[in-house]
Design a protein around this ligand. Sequence first.
Ligand code: SF4
Length: 480
Amino acid sequence: MSGLQCHKQLWLQVNKPHQATTLSPAQQRIISQGDEVGQYARQQFPGGQLISGHGLAAVQATQDAIATGTPCLFEAAFQFEGLFVRCDILRQTLAGTWELIEVKSSSKVEDDHYWNVAVQAYIVNQTGLSIGTAQLMHINTQTCYFPDLTNLFTIADITTEVDRLLPEVPQKLNQFKAILAENLEPTLAIGKHCNKPHPCSYVTDCWKHVPEVSIFTIPRLDWNKKDALIAQGILAIADLPPNYALTANQRTYVDSVLDGRPVMDQGAIAACLAELEYPIHFFDFEAQNPAIPRSDGLKPYEQFPFQYSCHILQADGSLEHREYLHTDSSDPRLPLVAALTSDIAPTGSVVVYHKSFEASLLRKLACGFPQFAVSLDAIADRLWDLEDIFKDHYKHPEFRGSTSIKNVLPVLVSHLSYKTQNVQRGDQAQAVWEEMLICPDLDRKRQMMDDLRAYCQLDTLAMVEIYKALLNCLPRFPEQ
Ligand code: SF4
């Protein structure tokens, strides 16, 4: 699968595995979630036998299980001409053929899944077993609701697509063997394939020649254009041809980089800020979205909040902080909603960063807890998105083409930084929250709670300080 994404990635994985970047806690969480999904999938096939062990021992155990008539195998191992595969689920059919079932924690069939299954089917066929059907078992995010998880999975028949790829498999495998036989790593340009279908672990090394202010920071520049620029050796914005075709938004950013100065529409920013009403609530959720839901009414991967932070700025300039963090494995939503509807006043603006996220969570909570629906809908109606200022009216070369609060904060408010925090990103907060819930070491558990509170609190304090910094930029709006 690595070879299909990038020949160089395949070569590096085999020859220089130590150069791969280590997995972040968030990536590890995705992998352990995949393991959990795999184990749950096996429960749908009672009587299946798990093939344990590694390498040749697993291959032998698979052969023994088949020889003794075991009708369903998990993690069956096969080897053919130096190629080794393990199949998530392999089930004998009444016709005497075998059904190969690949389990994925994704919510739909992806293009690379066909190749994944085709390679397995090819090798299993070569060992003498006959794969009659190929299935992809993925998460059902449409009609499955906790606590009824009987339809957690959707099984898609991908036999036709796999059969279509099978004739191409030997040629691909020979090509990959030839690449691996080379002593020198393949030379390959960076490109879209570095992140699709999966983020590559060798980006740090392969992309080290990319300048900080590169064409990759231009907002929404499409990959056809990026690939054409890479082919011409143009990576720095400074090297773009004059009059290179860009959208108005991209041109504003590129001009701000080339001129080395911010571009801001003070009148538009002043008009936006004038919409805000005291008390101004600066608000942020942290949310979780497990593949296998565990609270009533939730679908797989459906987001639910487990934490919020709220800074409340009064007209007299005073600032209060309120927060909620759910610290046990019960459903966080009801206690969180009760605290939230008490902490946020019935009047005043509610400032968020990237409004669609908070709006969607508030509307879902309103549906799930009708007794709070009026208050929650009223809060959702008052949301005001601070990010819009940076999307529409303020470009700065040092934002690096992004409107993320992580990029905006260090430029406008140098005394606040995420870099000093133990938790620095939303996906990391998700991983830490999961770990904190089951952590038996109380000191460590407390530390993780403190880290989560500090991270979420910084998110809303950052908004307060960015708001003040914007006011200070405007001649008619001295800091309040
Ligand atoms: S970073 Fe890109 S070019 Fe380098 S190995 Fe990965 S996919 Fe290939």
